[in-house]
Design a protein around this ligand. Structure first.
Ligand SMILES: *Cc1c(COP(=O)(O)O)cnc(C)c1O
Length: 396
């Protein structure tokens, strides 16, 4: 094995903060530490920096700056959007429509609301992980107040028909929220053209800092506050602004948007090289997610007879950081809700490997993975009783 090389292929989990972003943030911890709510010079400078970041974020979404509210991340933005709409509109109805493959920040928030008397429809998806807009329409009742469908899935990378669902929601007068944490900075988003009312995003998924995100709230949307306290964020999200991180997320979004088109093309080539190489070299492997309607950096493949967790350990030993769809929650070996929703049987749902590429990944790294993975899979299969059974059945 070669030295101590490190190949990071888990960009859907988090990304490194870009050096230019760190550099832009640093002065806001020290020289420019003012509280944006105060009145003197260093405070006004801090306020100006927050305003500038807000403008950058608005530009990236084709939104207005006053429609951007900074939060502590994607999870808070999802919680705010869903609970805020539910509580502010409960006189109108108590029904929410979402999908079975949402991030837990959406699913667990909806489950909490069910305990509070709301009704939630969890729409199924097709074998590629796509939500059918016709199914959304069919699920709407006169009590529906919110539709929340993610822009792109974090496990299998499938991109949802957001503009179609947005058009439908607008026509019916129902609020439409999308968790765009995986999509922003990687695929074009226009909240106006796509008729999105609320959109969640997070800094650390596009080479910005952790602990900072934003909720886009279209002007005129009726939503309750989530954080109560001071008058920050135009009296809608209390708490002293995370100044340095806000500066950082502004630089990060500007940076990733500027290179998005080119970088997407580059990543699609690498992604498809990964897919073709794996499916060519390794038998009994299956692509998860949509063949083309997927995030540029996402590849997810299931391997029969073995467990994704074991593959990860061997990959880690070879210096490769990747992920699995069956990330077991606190030791329990429950397969991922996404893998089950696309109809994978339990065995395959456990055998999935997610490789998510980002800006520092190269063709050489992809080829390095393609060099080591077949041996790992073969080794694990020789230890697998399921594979032994299969071989025996073939010989009969
Ligand atoms: C990462 C992620 C989140 C959570 O964002 P945080 O900033 O880590 O709280 C929510 N939704 C999706 C789709 C994600 O990938």
């Amino acid at each position: 094995m070669e030295g101590r090389r490190l190949v990071y292929m888990d960009h859907a989990a988090t990304t490194a903060t870009a050096p230019a972003v760190v550099e832009a943030m640093l002065p806001y911890f020290t020289d420019h530490f003012g509280n944006p709510s105060s009145v003197y010079k260093i405070a006004r400078e801090a306020k100006a920096a927050v305003d500038e970041a807000r403008e950058k974020m608005a530009r990236a979404l084709s939104a207005k700056p006053e429609e951007i509210y900074f939060t502590s991340g994607g999870t808070e933005a999802d919680n705010w959007a869903i609970k805020g709409i539910a509580f502010a509109n409960k006189q109108k109805g108590n029904h929410i429509i979402t999908s079975a493959i949402e991030h837990h920040a959406v699913l667990h928030t909806c489950q909490y609301l069910e305990k509070m008397g709301f009704e939630v429809t969890y729409l199924p998806v097709d074998e590629y992980g796509r939500v059918d807009p016709a199914a959304v329409e069919a699920a709407i009742t006169d009590k529906t107040i919110l539709i929340s469908i993610m822009f792109a899935n974090n496990e299998i990378g499938t991109i949802e028909p957001i503009a179609a669902i947005g058009a439908l929601a607008r026509k019916k007068g129902i609020y439409f929220h999308t968790d765009a944490v995986q999509a922003i900075g990687h695929v074009p988003i226009d909240v106006g053209a796509m008729q999105i009312d609320l959109l969640s995003l997070s800094g650390h998924k596009f080479n910005g800092p952790k602990g900072i995100g934003a909720l886009y709230i279209r002007k005129g949307v009726k939503i309750d506050n989530f954080m109560h306290g001071g008058g920050q964020e135009r009296k809608r999200r209390a708490g002293t602004e995370n100044l340095a991180a806000i500066v950082g997320i502004g630089v990060a979004i500007e940076r990733v948007t500027a290179s998005m088109e080119q970088e997407a093309k580059r990543l699609i080539v690498l992604r498809d090289r990964l897919r073709d190489g794996i499916l060519e070299k390794i038998p009994h492997a299956r692509l998860n997610g949509h063949p083309t309607e997927r995030l540029p950096g996402n590849m997810n493949i299931s391997f029969e007879f073995i467990e994704g967790e074991s593959i990860l350990l061997f990959l880690d030993h070879a210096g490769i950081s990747a992920s699995t769809g069956s990330a077991c929650t606190s030791g329990s070996l429950e397969p991922s809700h996404v893998m089950l929703a696309i109809g994978l049987p339990h065995e395959l749902a456990h055998g999935s490997l997610r490789m998510t590429l980002g800006e520092e990944n190269t063709e050489e790294e992809v080829d390095y993975l393609l060099g080591v993975l077949p041996g790992i899979v073969e080794r694990l299969r020789t230890m697998s009783p399921l594979y032994a059974d299969y071989k025996r059945s073939c010989n009969v």
